[in-house]
Design a protein. Structure first.
Length: 341
């Protein structure tokens, strides 16, 4: 069969839209073309995929290969499509059973050796894959994060050969499940370590119980930053749905994931020289800013008068609406932003 279809997921804000990877082999001079609005990192997957296939002891077809990433008007970025592209080529060349691919989705970056590397945005992809009732193949380093939804079907692999072995029925993989941690570890810094400061600690308790904003005034060295850093330790633990929102934001921002602390409210303290884009998010490929990374947690603005006025002005709308909208060509990305300031 000279045509194969494999499913993958893109990364657009906290969403993970479906991407259909189509591979077609035709007669002509050997070449590999990728179409479907790929950015530079996706185009470079041609060399990564070729080397990974050869080093995994498969034959790379000496034919004209066309890879289409549909929908064509959705920008594709990163190395997350490497695994899907490699499998589509193997299926189109008859080295994998094409009929076994329809029930799976694949995301992962390939090393030249065929090893699978972690990618950002694994959790949103897992949530969307579960809604489509498919099984998600994920790099082993992303497995703990992707398996947070309890009903999700996750298969973790560390090498291209493990994926092909499962698809060929030679070495089936077992579904990956988290250890089931439901209570977070105790915070390393806690409010009970503070001696004195009774009025300030009482103010923190009121702010934590009522989700109020708080201003700490005092001379340098009076303990404002120390107290603010300990505010999350007295806040209620996040429930599973809220923790999933926070984990999704950290995932697309490519921040490290820790299973033991994923129920603890986040704490963000940007420097006073931070720009408005750093605070609200944005960029050519929109990413969440500090106000979204502090979602369901604490945003601490130390040395508040030192922040640029225009930077502080951009906080007004997210505080009122609870989310921030960032627009780019043909696309609008929305990030949640509910926090204590």
């Amino acid at each position: 069969m000279s045509l194969a279809i494999v499913y993958s997921r893109a990364k657009v804000g906290i969403d993970a839209p479906l991407v259909t990877v189509e591979a077609h082999l035709s007669n002509g001079l050997p070449s590999l073309a990728i179409v479907g609005l790929p950015e530079a990192a996706v185009k470079e997957s041609r060399d990564r995929v070729r080397s990974a296939i050869i080093n995994s002891q498969f034959d790379f077809p000496a034919r004209r290969i066309t890879i289409n990433l549909a929908p064509a008007d959705l920008p594709k970025e990163g190395g997350r499509f490497d695994l899907a592209i490699a499998l589509s080529i193997l299926a189109a060349s008859g080295q994998l059973p094409a009929q076994s691919l329809a029930q799976y989705e694949f995301i992962g970056e390939l090393a030249l050796t065929g090893k699978l590397r972690a990618i950002p945005g694994a959790l949103p992809a897992s949530l969307q894959c579960y809604k489509q009732q498919r099984t998600l193949f994920i790099p082993t380093d992303n497995a703990n994060e992707a398996a947070l939804p309890k009903q999700a079907s996750i298969l973790a692999a560390s090498h291209l050969l493990e994926v092909t072995g499962h698809l060929n029925g030679q070495q089936p993989l077992q579904s990956f499940h988290n250890p089931g941690i439901t209570t977070p570890q105790t915070e390393s810094i806690n409010l009970n370590e503070v001696l004195g400061q009774y009025q300030a600690k009482r103010a923190l308790e009121i702010a934590a119980s009522g989700a109020h904003n708080l201003i700490l005034l005092g001379p340098p060295g009076s303990g404002k930053s120390m107290l603010a850093a300990r505010l999350p330790s007295i806040m209620p633990d996040l429930d599973e749905s809220h923790a999933m929102e926070v984990a999704s934001l950290r995932s697309i921002a490519n921040l490290p994931f820790q299973l033991q602390s994923w129920l603890i409210p986040p704490y963000r303290a940007p420097h006073h020289s931070a720009s408005s884009v750093a605070l609200v998010g944005g960029g050519s490929n929109p990413k969440p800013g500090e106000i979204s990374l502090a979602h369901r947690g604490v945003l601490f603005l130390d040395e508040l008068p030192e922040f640029d006025r225009r930077v502080l002005e951009v906080l007004r709308e997210p505080l009122e609406a609870g989310h921030i909208n960032i627009s780019r060509i043909n696309q609008q990305v929305s990030f949640p932003a509910r926090f204590q300031q």
